[in-house]
Design a protein around this ligand. Sequence first.
Ligand code: N01
Length: 548
Amino acid sequence: MSTEHSAALDGLQLDVAVIGAGVGGLYALYAMKNKLGLNAQGFDEADDVGGTWYWNRYPGCRVDTESTVYTYSFDLDMFQNWQWSERYAQQEEVQAYLSAVADKHDLKSSINFGTRIAKADWLEEEGQWQLTTKTGEKIKARYVIESVGLLSSSYAPSFPDQEKFKGEVLVSSKWPKEDPDLSDKRVAVIGTGSTGIQVITSLAGKVKHLHVLQRTPQWVVPLGIGPFPQDTRERIKKDPKGYRDWALDTASVFGFQESTTPALSVSEEERQAIFEAAWQKGNGFEFLLGTFSDLVVTPEANKTATDFIKSKIDAIVKDPDTARKLTPTDYYAKRPLAADNYYAVYNRDDVSLHDVKTNQIERFTENGLIIGGEEVELDVVIMATGFDAMTGNYLKIDTTGRDGVKLKDEWSDGPHTYAGLAVSGFPNLLMVFGPFSPFTSQPLVHEWQVDYFTDLIEKAEEVNGVIDVEKSAQEDWVGICQEGMAGTLFEVTDSWINGANIPGKPRTSMWYMGGMSNYMVEMNKIRDEGYRGFEISKSRVPCLEDQE
Ligand code: N01
């Protein structure tokens, strides 16, 4: 559905409105239409499907999760036969895949592109939501599904005098569709997280000079870019459901089995051999979770990994001062980073590393940036400065639930949800991978959560009911999650995982740390106990079919 249709939006009456046309939103739309036969439409600000993969098209952008699990499984034919070309699909390939899924299942005709939902109000008397678009159209829907992205609310700080800069400022998560030619440019990259290291390794040697503006170094291991593994292709082809079930039954759903061996339970020699094999194979999550079981739990175990990576930095980076600047001083307990040849980049003459914690970015000038009192002349500044993760996009929608309660007030001290799926007092509002979802890779987990609440909606439909959540069940869930997080080094290491990356954001736990396998057990138990913690109360208004 194109933007010309937006005039027809005002007064639209739906069973289900799905906000977001990324991985989760597309599947939610499919499920509502095809499994429940409901009148569902999607809404997305972008002019195509893709979600995060629509916006993030910066140089070097690719998944750093194995493509084998970066996929849907609901369409078994596509699951078996989609020919991912690489172990880690590039942005264009993920976008093409999502577009192909949407085309095959005729989803695009039900999506209102170029449409931002700005406001959501629960109308108690009508038993439904009223959504308001950014341009003022009003839509009513009995259910709202928000699949708005865990890492989609872009964060880009502004620096003094930015408007004076004669060059270009580009934000990685809003990269222009027309890829700019940077080949003869002096380029600065601000940020060295997952995005920054992809941009840096992609641009090094391809621009006139690359300036890396690093505030906090992070532990980086190789990614291991290469062709899609043939053995996994055959395994998926032979038994797609078996592969999907195996992947979901791991803790992190990244396509490998997590280790159960504590790091200090083996000899130094064995430990080094395990780390070296993981380094050679590549993959950040596998290095962190597949080598040993306790790297993110005990400081002593964590140090064995950081000592190993430090030895690699020292061996690869020729200038000792640069090596020192690249070596983190905190735990290896952020979202793990992986990029091939990352540290080698800093041996190049056309790459300069600036420690902007010591020598701060003071302001822009017409010709560049003042860093630590000195001007660095630049043509382009790339902000790879991250996201207001987990809660950012939910809170951008001005949401009012029962009794006039605002979501932003309910979440003023950090988010509260039941199982990452729903919020008490906000009836018939379901979330895909909302805060306090399991700390995992996403696509297969999105599918699992959508299937879960599709069954719940079906149950509510049978009795013309409204779904809400018991506050006590929600707070119990939040408590379990806080306890789980407190048992890890993620809790004490600054990153977007705990909200520390956004100035003024409450620092809090936002994840279920028990792993997907335990999450499924717990959620199935909740379902088997009659959806314990969810409340299905009879709606005051007849369902649409009854009204006809
Ligand atoms: O964001 P980040 P990201 N001055 O928050 C720096 C997913 N993702 O976009 O650490 C100077 O990790 C900040 O410095 P510091 C993935 O889950 C996936 O890179 O706060 N620097 C940090 O270096 C990932 O984890 C993929 O001191 C400033 C950087 O910006 C998540 O998105 C690819 C600054 C932000 O790092 C987020 O990654 C890309 C300032 N004022 C992203 N403000 C793949 O699947 C911030 N920084 C491959």
